[in-house]
Ligand binder design. Sequence first.
Ligand code: BGC
Length: 764
Amino acid sequence: MFNLKKYYKVDAWQVIEEGFDKDYNRVTESIMSLGNGHMGLRGNFAEKYSGDSLQGTYIAGVYYPDKTIVGWWKNGYPEYFAKIANATNFIGIDLKIDDTVIDLNQVEFSSFKRVLNMKEAYLKRSFIVNINNQELEIIEKRFLNQKNKEIAAINYSIKALSGKHKLELKPYLDGNVKNEDANYGDFFWKGEEEINNEQQSLLSMKTKKSNFKVSTAMKWEVNKEYQELKKIKEKNYIADIITLKIEKGETVELKKYIALCTSRDYKKDLVNDQALEKVKSAAADGYQKLFAEHKKAWAKIWQESDIKIEGDLEAQQGIRFNIFHLNQTYTGHDPRLNIGPKGFTGEKYGGLTYWDTEAYCLPFYLATHSQEVAKNLLIYRYKHLEKAIENADKLGLKGALYPMVTINGEECHNEWEITFEEIHRNGAIAHAIKDYIDYTGDQEYIKDYGFEVLAEISRFWADRAHFNPRKDKYMIIGVTGPNEYENNINNNWYTNKIAVWTLKYTLENKEYLKNNYPERYQELVDKLQLSEEDYQLWQDMIEKMYYPYLDDYDIYAQQDGYLDKEQKLVSDLKEEDIPLHKNWSWDKILRSPYIKQADVLQGVYYFEDEFDQASMERHFDFYEPRTVHESSLSPCIYSIIAAEIGRKEKAYQLYLRTARLDLDNYNYDTDDGLHITSMAGTWMSIVKGFAGYEVKDSQLQFRPFLPKAWESYDFMIIFRGRRIKVEVNKEKIIFELEAGKKLTLKVYAEEYQLSAEQKLIIEK
Ligand code: BGC
């Protein structure tokens, strides 16, 4: 187990590794990942490295359907688990100095430094190698262009600090890359074409079964005349071996340009030409120009989504790290894409879409990007509606059941207790429609897309629930709630609640459509074959849904029988028990009362208007001491509720668990990749929790407080064409309208006007 929590140097804009710990390399590779929404890379070395490493290059939307692996097949299981295919390694530049292969697992080196610069989104690595008692300094800098997303560039330089040397530099493209998580060890790719001549260098690969063609073209330039150039072309591999001489004081600089194009964006027979053309123009522009446009694109991202914290550098680094990786993972430029829990930083979770997107990421994208970005996240699900209907049908149910895990709309998850039972995910997808419309005011969304999704989800709930005449109630049995530490339970309050909420919201929108767009409404009724019986059933379920309740505590029960379990608290656990999922048998976990992540509290968070302060407190006080937060999605929700009920210190403590989760490798699993989706939860803890921001009745509202440890914090909100800066310090709350029309907003229930002419300053 790693015990290196404070491994990286603390800095407001950078993550710095000084000195190289080989045993921690996988964690650092995750931390130092780069991405631009189109592709992503782990923080691997350009030159050969024979030590422990996960070489990772991932291209958004390019997946392989890996045949499902299960012990005991059950009807309804999906045939495959899609996995984002680990793609052509394009950063590779092997280096030989005086016939010694530079491999940091083999050679002597010093002054190692690997730095992730978050402000300008590049990775820089430097070290000094000692070859036959002579020293050379090597510096590598790379970025994935945020503006021109198919382009990457690497600047690799070698400076002789002493002696005369022969250098052999070998920029290459290697398609012989395997996914570490392949179920059957399959190689996911077929080689299509290798071109390597004086004019062009390109490697083209195609994923097996899914047939995505990925063409990677390379060009390079070197600042010094070389002795020899050898061109290599092998199966799924091309390389150029450049031989040159260097002596003390001289620097050799190799610039490698990459263009990566796929058949997702171009017709198959055009992909090669596109890549070749793009790399040519990138090389003609040159590293500096490409970097300048990349930097500019990132400056805009930071202008719209930065959070500044004064007085706590660790917190500052933590929140920027989260915002940085969210923006690297998803940029909203393509509605076919989504946000994998690990983004491009590892293979766990296959790079696929979970309910995390709607429940956690959507609020971040709504408030920090243009409306189109959030809309694209919704359209993604709209486009998968047919598949969700097929998915429900496969289980013998009506309506739409969105998958737990997907890339193209088809379910990939293959554990019955989750695939078939963790159906609350459907509710988050419906709720995202409300969140989007409330935030943007884009009512049209309902008529164009939203209603179809809502109606089919409602239809699913209506079929999945059953009426229990003995109790005169509807029930939903055999489910798994957000708390995955218990399965096959009956009447998970959260599931029943979000099901009824969906039914209500759908009926409300039915009325809205009927009154405002009667023709479109009729068209939808015909298309979806909705009838009065459907509506009546939904109404009946709304009125007669059963909600488990704990009378002794005056709170909702997580599920039927929760209180029959032996009631122990997290404070009763020993240190060696934690995390439970690593130290206890699954059976012991299932029998225990411990809650993996926000479950009832997820409902309190969604439907907080239905709880008064005292009731919220009772729910928090009962569930928080029983929750182990073994999903990274959990502490942020508790932190927001703690803030809501005025437990400022507790809110801050819970926030700390999320903010530096990966930087300090809290859960000992950052080697698998970063917790991208929960990073949005960290953002929520500050903006929704500490600043108490929400949109109610089309109005922005705030109820800010400042954590004791901080001097101040500020953040941006993009709201209906406006950009608003909010600063909270010890004495004041300051609002500034940086762009867009004036508005009225509420702070601690008082209304204020905010216009471009004047800052709004509220004394605390
Ligand atoms: C959580 C799920 C989540 C998934 C992906 C699991 O550990 O329990 O709620 O969707 O991780 O982040």
